[in-house]
Design a protein around this ligand. Structure first.
Ligand code: SAM
Length: 388
């Protein structure tokens, strides 16, 4: 890839592109970078690059002509190299917001040219004549486009093959899949009394991946609800994992099954367990049906459905059985049991990120009419799922 930056401060941009990871990659010719001085293309004696704005107002505006001539020179050089016509981006505070999706798109061009404004900006006519797009790196105003163009150059160039030491290292990072990254830790194991999460020391990569995925979704939901919404939308659970031979969901009828369900929910045998048992029994008397999931002999998940109201509750998967699709299967099972209801619904704690994510991806949406404070009511809106 060839990247060109058109600027009043080429040295500044060049220094950045020669340092650290990008500098090493540039030395290895993994990309080509050229920083052009706009002033070199002026045609007036004073080599002046800007003038007062028509219509008055404060500040100065960059002339169209030197920028246009500089861009023509970049186009000529690209043609001489047998490259495609460069994709030209003007860095402006009024441009489209920049993100990782745009970085990936820009990374696919063979030649990318970034134009930096300064003072009050650039004569609009050169943007109209040459610009393929305008990009803003955020909702704030910088004194010049250099930092913005370097942000774009850095995020685009790190995606070029060979630039990062680990091939595809960027695929696990924030925004790649629409989520922000899980927290990272390095030595020592305990720093100032703070220990590394134990799962990261197990060497069990399935467990580590599951933990990272869960933390990533949780962080995104808490810090960037906008991204999380979009992620759930774009990652529907369209396929229900296949039930294994040893797997079954049984209607709870016997005392022993109620004991097992209460123990599963509370993880113990004491008073709390007795209360949970009472609660399940009372609900059964009120028309609920509970199903216990087991893999072989051991119960590891539970779900309850109420045929009268269409409510689903007590969806619970034992902690060591999570991240295996059991929750998804049991929710699908519950929906099928309630097939007579147009939109089964459930109540979930607002803080239960993992459950909310699962429900959203299964086609549940928050019910705008039901504001229950710390709880969220979600209704199934009937997305189609298919068997794996
Ligand atoms: N008058 C302009 C406005 O109100 O939108 C701001 C001009 S700014 C002081 C000077 C230059 O900095 C712009 O021409 C642009 O190249 C760059 N710049 C400022 N903020 C930016 C942002 N958020 N993203 C990209 N470029 C920006």
């Amino acid at each position: 890839m060839r990247i060109d930056i058109v600027t009043l401060f080429p040295e500044l941009c060049d220094t950045f592109l020669s340092a650290s990871i990008l500098g090493r990659a540039r030395e290895k010719n993994l990309f080509e970078a050229h920083c052009h001085q706009i002033r070199d293309y002026t045609k007036n004696k004073q080599r002046q690059t800007d003038d007062y704005p028509y219509g008055g107002g404060c500040g100065m505006v960059l002339y169209a002509q030197p920028i246009a001539d500089c861009l023509r020179e970049v186009q000529r050089q690209c043609e001489e190299q047998g490259r495609a016509r460069p994709h030209i981006v003007f860095m402006t505070a009024a441009g489209q917001p920049y993100n990782e999706t745009t970085a990936r798109r820009l990374a696919s061009y063979d030649s990318l040219t970034l134009v930096c404004g300064h003072y009050e900006g650039i004569d609009e006519r050169v943007i109209e004549a040459f610009g393929d797009e305008e990009i803003s790196i955020g909702d704030y105003v910088l004194t010049g486009g250099e930092l913005a163009s370097l942000v774009v150059a850095d995020s685009v160039l790190r995606l070029q093959p060979g630039v990062l030491a680990e091939e595809k290292g960027y695929e696990e990072e924030s925004y790649w899949d629409g989520l922000i990254e899980y927290p990272q830790y390095t030595r020592p194991e305990v720093w100032e009394g703070r220990a590394v999460p134990p799962v990261l020391l197990t060497g069990d990569h399935n467990k580590i991946d599951a933990w990272r995925g869960q933390r990533s979704r949780e962080r995104t939901r808490l810090r960037r609800p906008d991204l999380y919404e979009a992620w759930c939308e774009s990652h529907p659970i369209a396929r229900i994992p296949r039930w294994k031979r040893s797997e079954r969901a049984q209607l709870i009828r016997t005392d022993a099954q109620f004991d097992a369900a209460a123990a599963l929910l509370t993880g113990e045998q004491g008073e709390e367990c007795a209360a949970a048992r009472e609660n399940l029994m009372a609900k059964r008397s009120a028309g609920w049906a509970f199903y216990l999931h087991s893999m072989g002999e051991t119960p590891d998940a539970l779900v309850g459905v109420c045929h009268k109201t269409g409510e689903i509750a007590q969806l619970f998967v034992k902690s060591d059985a999570r991240e295996q699709g059991i929750g998804t299967k049991m929710l699908d099972f519950a929906l099928k049991k309630l097939s007579e209801h147009g939109s089964p619904w459930l109540n979930v704690e607002n803080s239960n990120t993992a459950a909310i994510g699962l429900f959203r991806r299964m086609g549940f949406v928050p019910d705008a009419n039901e504001d229950k404070g710390e709880n969220l009511v979600m209704r199934y809106c009937g997305k189609k799922t298919e068997k794996l």
